[in-house]
Design a protein around this ligand. Sequence first.
Ligand code: NAD
Length: 435
Amino acid sequence: MADRCLSFTGTAPGRFLTRRLGLPRPAVLKRWSPERPDLEGGLLHLTAGASALVRLAPVLARTGLGPDDTGRPAAVVLDATGVRDVDGLAGVHAALHPVVRSVATGGRVVVLGAPLDPADHHQAAAQQALEGFTRSLGKEIGGGRTANLVRLTDARAAESTLRFLLSPRSAYVSGQVIATGGQDATAPDDWNRPLAGRTALVTGAARGIGEAVAGTLAREGARVVVLDVPRAEQDARHVAERLGGTALPLDITAADAAARIAEALPDGLDVLVHNAGVTRDRRLANMPADLWHAVLDVNLGSVLRTTDALLSAGTLKPGGRIVATASIAGIAGNTGQTNYGASKAGITGLVRSLAPRALAGHGVTVNAVAPGFIETRMTAAVPLLIREAGRRMNSLAQGGLPADVAETTAWLAHPASGAVNGQVVRVCGQSMLGA
Ligand code: NAD
């Protein structure tokens, strides 16, 4: 379903009318394309107080953004890792207040923070303050600009995260707090094809978000396996052919699903994307047990079963990546979606609990993407008024595209993203729901 408001506000009469009527004026987001792989403009690197980071400048220099010399930076990075108390927060204001108006349309503000120190409540208060600051900035900055906070201890380990946030790939990711650990990350030979030589399996990839994820992983060099239900086999085959991968017709809830996947991948698997999902909406009072079970089984039960089996069989190789699909419905809740909200909140629980153990025991990271309103067949079927509310009630005043979820998934699947583990990253344009 096309977003007519977005097309209309892109025209001169549209801009005039929406301004006069006080309607939302979404900016056309500048997403990744082969012609425009990087943000257009320079980077302004600021520091609040004494930095706790070493090696940040060379990492920023590798993002493809040179230093800003125009006074209209495409990105501003504020290193606030050294802020240890309330007085130190004045440095955040002093650094960003004079420049925030000059950030280019569609630009990025990335605030760098330190982990909260459990032994120092002044440091913890000041560092937690950065979350409220960044989220508020994301809500007011407008013009397709985003603001995100990265907590880090090692700039090199966070390089893939900084590259993602400082690129057009993160156009619909705003208001997020992403914690990265200190694990050393392996830089790929080619940052444009970081998944070269790797195998990725995407469930529910015959259409929608899963198809976009498979396409993005293939673009980044992966050999993709397109898994979908047998009745979608033809679509899955078309997608696989287009991407030079293979189709695997399989109902992920089948008792032998993990065994069939392992059998189809004798050389093992590097990236497992749990994307398949269904909705069966009814208010709880009207919901029969079979609709409850169908949603819990596809969206959560099968994810747990296949993850456990593929990890313990060693099908997922060391250095592997699991990316599951949650939803803001699992964070905010939604009328008529007790089953769906439960299943998606369950994904968050799975990720947070399993991530440290999967990394320690198997060298595999576990993260989730939590999409907000994404323009797909699933959301095209939502009644008009609810659809418009879902689409507009976010800082970017528009829905996301499957490509936005796909780019976020690809960053988490990246071999250099080993320091990102146990994170649930919302791809929601900073939705007001569940904020
Ligand atoms: P979609 O309905 O377009 O595609 C889902 C795919 O999963 C379909 O191809 C379907 O055949 C497949 N599938 C369903 N059950 C399966 C099973 N048992 N085994 C194998 N494959 C199965 O949905 P979408 O909008 O692309 O959503 C993809 C994921 O993103 C889902 O997990 C969904 O819950 C989640 N999500 C979507 C949105 C959104 O706005 N579209 C928002 C939040 C979360």
